[in-house]
Design a protein around this ligand. Structure first.
Ligand SMILES: [Zn+2]
Length: 430
């Protein structure tokens, strides 16, 4: 997507692209925290039914978030178009001509590239701030989904910036150095470098990035831990760690995830889930996460992402050569004025690809659900956990199929319930 949605979704992205596999859909990519809603604590034995009033709210909430995403996309498009066709991009470059034109490599002027990027970063940040505040703070509070104070939200926002700004700045300087010295093959090296960084970030996520926002505590010995270890043993896989995450400090929603690579790989369960769900319900959630681990879904998703990213970068390369060759105002590929062009080409590509990558993600999630049903044999617990999540997280059980196809990276709860019922029916047949 354009630069604005990318910015807003940034801190989530660190933990999520090639990062964790959440247990439930979080439709709001504009909102960093998993969305959820407050649930009065229930007696475990109480049967769970879908709350029609909550579903009515869920529908309204989903409509509002989708509208906000569209507004966000529209703003990004306008910003990019003004930069590209309003002459703003060239004007900004010329204004920054006062910055030192130091050239450590032929045609690479890192100080001017850096200055250009910082101005764009600041401008998109300011333009996007009202929407970030509304979708990340106001709306989830209105629906009773957020427990975060305004100060806490600001702090998280600033932390996100403090992480993303240096990484993005370095990435831009690196890409423009490649554009200067390897104008034909820069996209290939950029793709490889991104794969490398993604793997590093996926590895660091649970030990370095997530702890900046949440507290992770190893799950003490007890029923939940025993169940998880039993499931892992049965799967002949090793759980390197089971952690609880203090989601409740920021949200009323429940969720769980797998995170990390290699030695940092672990299963994380939100305290919001641990507190309000029955042991059997928690077990099926753990089994779903273990399914991701058994199926090696994080490496798989990183591989798919890398291939699509490489395709996108190649496309940017073609567009860049075509445009820079025809528009004399560009002083070559490594001219910082090409930055909005690169962002626009990448954004369009990501948008076109979104249904495809979401489709792949939904398929992966379905396999994890099947795994959870097979390994536990507890379809009723799966069904009640899903129902509870729909009520608690204000998740639309049956979204419009078009919205699901375009935007959902998990199957809708309706489909997941249907899968469990089908599986149950299949089991009970002789
Ligand atoms: Zn999952």
């Amino acid at each position: 997507m354009g630069m604005l949605p990318a910015r807003v979704a940034r801190y989530r992205a660190f933990a999520s692209e090639g990062g964790p596999r959440d247990f439930v859909q979080d439709v709001a990519s504009v909102q960093p925290e998993p969305s959820g809603q407050p649930e009065p604590s229930r007696e475990p034995s109480e049967p769970v039914a879908l709350d029609p009033e909550r579903q009515r709210l869920a529908k309204r909430y989903a409509r509002q978030r989708q509208a906000l995403s569209l507004v966000n996309l529209g703003i990004s498009a306008v910003v990019i178009l003004v930069l590209l066709f309003g002459g703003v991009s060239f004007a900004l470059r010329d204004t920054l001509a006062g910055v030192s034109g130091w050239e450590p490599l032929p045609s690479w002027q890192p100080l001017r590239v850096g200055a250009y990027f910082l101005v764009l970063f600041a401008a998109t940040l300011v333009i996007g701030l009202p929407l970030s505040y509304y979708s990340g703070f106001v709306l989830p509070h209105r629906y009773g989904l957020s427990t975060e104070s305004f100060g806490g939200w600001v702090l998280d926002f600033v932390k996100g910036l403090a992480i993303s700004l240096p990484i993005e700045l370095l990435a831009v300087l690196f890409v423009y150095a490649l554009l200067a010295v390897a104008p034909e093959s820069w996209w290939l090296w950029t793709g490889l470098a991104m794969l490398f960084v993604t793997v590093i970030l996926a590895q660091l996520a649970p030990v370095l990035l997530v702890p900046i926002f949440y507290k992770l505590t190893p799950l003490p010995d007890g029923d939940v831990r025993r169940r998880a270890l039993r499931l892992a043993e049965q799967a002949r896989t090793r759980v390197r760690g089971i952690y609880s995450m203090n989601l409740s400090a920021k949200t009323t929603a429940a969720n769980a995830m797998v995170m990390g690579l290699g030695t940092t790989r672990r299963i994380i369960v939100g305290d919001t889930l641990l507190e309000h769900y029955t042991p059997d319900e928690i077990e099926v959630v753990l089994a779903h996460e273990l399914g991701h681990q058994v199926h090696n879904d994080i490496p798989k998703l990183i591989a798919v992402e890398s291939v699509t990213t490489l395709g996108g970068l190649y496309l940017v390369n073609v567009v860049l050569h075509a445009v820079v060759g025809r528009v004399p105002e560009y002083h070559g590929l490594a001219d910082p004025a090409t930055m909005p062009l690169v962002a626009a080409a990448l954004g369009v590509f990501a948008l076109v690809l979104l249904p495809l990558t979401n489709g792949f993600s939904r398929w992966v999630e379905r396999q994890a659900d099947v795994y959870a049903l097979q390994s536990t044999g507890k379809a009723p617990a799966f069904i009640s956990a899903m129902t509870r999540l729909a009520n608690q997280n204000l998740a639309e059980v049956e979204p419009s199929p078009v919205i699901e196809f375009l935007l959902y990276n998990h199957p809708s709860i309706g489909r997941r319930l249907a899968l469990a019922r089908e599986w149950e029916a299949g089991e009970s047949r002789p």
